[in-house]
Design a protein around this ligand. Structure first.
Ligand code: SF4
Length: 229
C-alpha cells in the first residue's frame, strides 16, 4: 500500500473509533437550527466566540458572552469604544487585544452588511485569504469561522488535534497548511464531517488526551503509539 493511502486509512480509522465512542453525544444546538459540535444562538455569537476563545477556556468565554446581554451584535461592537468593549469581554482575558480584534472582524463583516449569506457567496479560498488579512485572525480562527459560520470546508487544526495525532503516531507536519492538507485529503469533503470531527478532537483532548493523558480507558488506546509530546 502506498504511504499516502496508509496515512489516509489511519486517519479514517482514528476518527471512526472516536465517532463510535462519542456518537451524537457531542452534538448540540447549532445556530442554524442544525446539530453542531459548537453550540451558539447566532452566527455572530460564534464569530465572537472564535476570537474570545484564543488563549482561554470556554467557561471564561461564556462569561464574557453573557456580559453582552441583549447587545451581542456587530452594530453594538462597532458603536462602543475599545475601552468599553474591553470591559464587556474582560472575563475572557487579554481584553484589550481581543477588543481590537473583534472590532477588526466586525469592520470586515460590515463590508457584507453583516449578512453571512452574502459572505458565503465567495469561494472558500478567497474568504480564507480575507479572514487571514484581518488583524488577530490566524489560521485556526479563520477556519473555525469558515466551518461553523460560513459552511465552508476548511478543516480546523488546533493544538488538541496536533497533540492527539502526534501521540497516536502520525508524522505531523509543523506547518498548519500542510497538516490541514494531510487531514483533508483523507476525509470526505463535507461540512457535517468537518464540524463533527473537529468536535471529536476537542472532546477527546479534554476527556482523555490532555496534558497528562488517561491512556488506560482511552478508546484509541489499542491503536495509539502514545508517543511523548
Ligand atoms: S491512548 Fe493516550 S496518548 Fe493515545 S490518544 Fe488516548 S489518551 Fe492520548
Amino acid at each position: 500500500m502506498k504511504e499516502s493511502a496508509a496515512i489516509n486509512k489511519n486517519i479514517n480509522q482514528l476518527f471512526q473509533i472516536l465517532s463510535e465512542y462519542y456518537g451524537d453525544s457531542i452534538l448540540r444546538n447549532g445556530w442554524q437550527g442544525n446539530k453542531s459540535w459548537w453550540q451558539a444562538n447566532s452566527a455572530f455569537e460564534l464569530m465572537v466566540g472564535s476570537i474570545l476563545v484564543q488563549n482561554t477556556n470556554w467557561r471564561n468565554v461564556d462569561s464574557a458572552l453573557r456580559n453582552f446581554e441583549e447587545n451581542l451584535n456587530p452594530e453594538f461592537v462597532l458603536s462602543i469604544s475599545n475601552e468599553e468593549l474591553a470591559q464587556v469581554i474582560r472575563p475572557a482575558g487579554f481584553q484589550n487585544q481581543k477588543a481590537k480584534k473583534l472590532k477588526a472582524l466586525c469592520e470586515w463583516f460590515q463590508i457584507y452588511n453583516f449578512d453571512t449569506e452574502e459572505v458565503s457567496k465567495k469561494s472558500t479560498t478567497d474568504l480564507r485569504k480575507e479572514l487571514l488579512s484581518i488583524k488577530g485572525v490566524g489560521n485556526e480562527t479563520a477556519d473555525a469561522i469558515l466551518v461553523y459560520v460560513l459552511n465552508k470546508t476548511s478543516f480546523v487544526i488546533d493544538a488538541y488535534t496536533r497533540r492527539i495525532f502526534t501521540r497516536f503516531g502520525f508524522d505531523v507536519p509543523k506547518n498548519y497548511d500542510s497538516f490541514q492538507k494531510m487531514i483533508e485529503e483523507a476525509l470526505p469533503c463535507d461540512i457535517i464531517t468537518y464540524d463533527y470531527y473537529h468536535g471529536l478532537m476537542v472532546e477527546h483532548a479534554k476527556g482523555f488526551c490532555n496534558k497528562t493523558p488517561k491512556c488506560e480507558d482511552c478508546p484509541l488506546g489499542k491503536k495509539c503509539k502514545k508517543l511523548e509530546v
